[in-house]
Design a protein around this ligand. Structure first.
Ligand SMILES: Nc1ncnc2c1ncn2[C@@H]1O[C@H](COP(=O)(O)OP(=O)(O)OP(=O)(O)O)[C@@H](O)[C@H]1O
Length: 257
């Protein structure tokens, strides 16, 4: 049995419906990177993949982004708009087709599923260690470990361990991909607060956090909204939230009419 692959159930429906916007609204204008004030900067990033049929599928289209140092920014947008791709490009896990990038180093990418970290969080594996002497199925071990972690209020600890691993490396930039997707509401807010506290106490770590959960915006210093492979809006989280709520209302009206 592969203990590190223990997974939690996926969270309920994403908060953001497939919105559609046809033009840029209030994106910042991007000049040369100010590396003193910005930890993350990307200009006109393009990324496409080759399809099995030999065609080209564009994923990012002239996508530009900049995040001030020492702040927590959230990256939002409908499913498939390119958030994870952008994050992986900033992390250096994917190469852009073209565009310019600056990301302060050291940087670390924390995956949605903590089991995908290169250095595995050992929380679940440690809890499961004593179960080796029993003849249990994978599902039984998974369920016992989940219940035991729940019982001591540690369900969200794998994510925290993954983040701690990044902080231990003295990372200047944390790139966090939907960390709270597998967590319930109380664990979710615990992880957001842990990241926010780490940033506040260090003063020099910058984090970009991909999320679908609008309630997390409360903890953000800034937010970016993407559609169709590009940034359409960035800045104050409450302005982004108003925009998303307006678009959601329009979307619901459209499907009801
Ligand atoms: N290797 C790949 N092969 C085919 N399509 C891909 C590949 N990688 C990404 N895509 C497509 O690119 C688009 C953007 O993917 P990405 O995962 O970046 O979106 P996302 O905004 O993070 O989505 P989600 O919110 O659902 O996680 C999606 O339509 C996805 O299906």
């Amino acid at each position: 049995m592969n203990l590190p692959t223990l997974l939690r159930a996926p969270s309920p429906t994403p908060a953001i419906p497939p919105l559609h916007c046809t033009k840029s609204i209030t994106t910042t204008s991007y000049r040369n990177p100010n590396t003193e004030n910005h930890a993350i900067w990307g200009q006109n990033l393009n990324y496409s993949i080759k399809t099995k049929q030999g065609g080209i599928l564009p994923i990012l289209n002239n996508c530009s982004i900049q995040i001030p140092s020492g702040q927590l920014w959230m990256l939002l947008g409908p499913n498939g708009c390119g958030k994870s791709t952008l994050l992986k490009i900033l992390a250096g896990l994917l190469k852009t087709t073209d565009g310019n990038i600056y990301v302060k180093k050291p940087k670390s990418f924390v995956f949605q599923n903590p089991d995908h970290q290169v250095v595995m969080p050992t929380v679940e594996a440690d809890v499961a260690f004593g179960l080796g002497k029993f003849d249990l199925t994978y599902e039984e071990v998974k369920s016992r470990v989940a219940k035991a972690l729940d019982a001591v209020g540690m369900s969200e600890y794998s994510q925290r361990v993954a983040i701690a691993g990044a902080l231990a490396e003295a990372c200047k930039v944390l790139l966090l991909d939907e960390l709270t997707t597998f967590l319930d509401e109380s664990d979710q807010l615990g992880v957001v607060k842990a990241v926010k506290n780490s940033l506040t106490s260090s003063g020099e770590v910058t984090a970009l956090w991909v999320t679908h959960r609008l309630e997390e915006l409360e903890y953000a210093d800034g937010a970016i909204y993407m559609e169709d492979g590009r940034v359409v809006m960035d800045g104050d989280p409450s302005t982004i939230l108003e925009y998303i709520n307006r678009q959601q209302a329009l979307y619901i009206n459209q499907i009801n009419s």
